[in-house]
Design a protein around this ligand. Sequence first.
Ligand code: HEM
Length: 149
Amino acid sequence: MSALIALHGLIAMIWVGGMFFAYVVLRPAAQTIEAPLRLRLWSRTFERFFPWVWAAIVILPASGYFLIATRLGGFAHLPLAINVMQGLGIVMILLFLHVFFAPYRRLRTGVEAGDFVKAGQALRQIRQLIGVNMVLGLITVFVALAGVA
Ligand code: HEM
């Protein structure tokens, strides 16, 4: 059971850490690169990062609800930290699905077609949404570790 909690924590770390690296480190570092190259860089970066996020949005709720059912005795007396994690986790998953199916798709098609205006608008939207999701992720991990430990 502790291996499952560790897997849950590990995949959360990969998702939130990946967003932190993209938003706080790569974004300012890439700002001076010319638009066509920068947009291609981001498109390829997301292409490699998003499969990990897909793994996270499957593993986090699956392992989390399994732990609730088997370790915490169901939903009746859940600690506040778990409820906050569950709520913020669902919002984060929905935001990611929106990023994946709307602006990320436009970024990819824009880059492929050489339409860098369209791709640039899409990247701005992705940046805002990943910024929000990163903050939610950091809060979730903080609440989980402060309330669960
Ligand atoms: C989506 C629904 C989610 C559910 C139902 C859920 C449920 C749980 C449960 C039941 C535990 C173990 C508590 C215990 O046994 O004492 C846990 C731990 C944890 N969760 Fe979640 N969780 C969810 C999403 C997330 C998300 C989105 C993140 C972070 C991005 C996250 C980060 C953590 C962390 C860091 C721990 C502590 C792990 C450890 O101590 O090793 N969870 N979660």
